[in-house]
Design a protein around this ligand. Sequence first.
Ligand code: BTN
Length: 228
Amino acid sequence: MITNLNWKFKTKYHYYLVDTIDSTNTYLKNNYNEYPDKTILIALEQTAGRGRYDRKWRSDKDIIFSILLKNNGNYEITTPLAICMALDSYGFDAGIKWPNDIYLNDKKLCGILIEDVFQIKFEASIIGIGINMTNKDSVDGIGLNKDIDKYDLINSIIDNFDKLNKLGHDELISLYRKRNIVYNKKVYYKDKIYTAKDIDIDGHLILDDGNNKIVVSSDEINIKESLL
Ligand code: BTN
């Protein structure tokens, strides 16, 4: 059962809570017509959580929610920034691992899955966010490990997200570049090892193999196993 949570949040976003669901992203993708712009669906548990590149996303008492937006935006940039800024206020020094994983102490804390729905024209963006509350079995999974009110944190993320969505592209890219932790780290791309050099004005990653530089965009690459 999906319950309305608006009484808890005094913003122009529409909040809903569900105990158990397959995936908050899948649900909003299939039902976006029934919900208004700026809907947030929070789940306590997902049975078929999805990550980028068809990976599974496992969560256990973690923070799981998706945002439904009916206008196009720079969400690949504003979402990770909003999460980092919200975490700042809790004393966490989190950074962005290009394109939009959130890392803490060199370990993955949060994943973001952004999916667009098209029916001839753009209909909606669904932004799924999973933040680990506890450490994960995988070597690079870290949690907040702190007694935090998850609704307060979600509220703070949305507050920052809303403000960031009003900024212009150049200002956003500048904030995004400052928050990234990729510089001078090694990454695998198409079976080769590169050094991540920079992020350009379009948000693309510049890789260097020692001889040549290449520019890659987040939708064309899958940095499968990162050496970050
Ligand atoms: C990734 O790092 O691969 C992205 C993970 C995104 C997980 C979140 S949890 C809420 C939302 N629902 C899903 O099924 N996935 C996203």
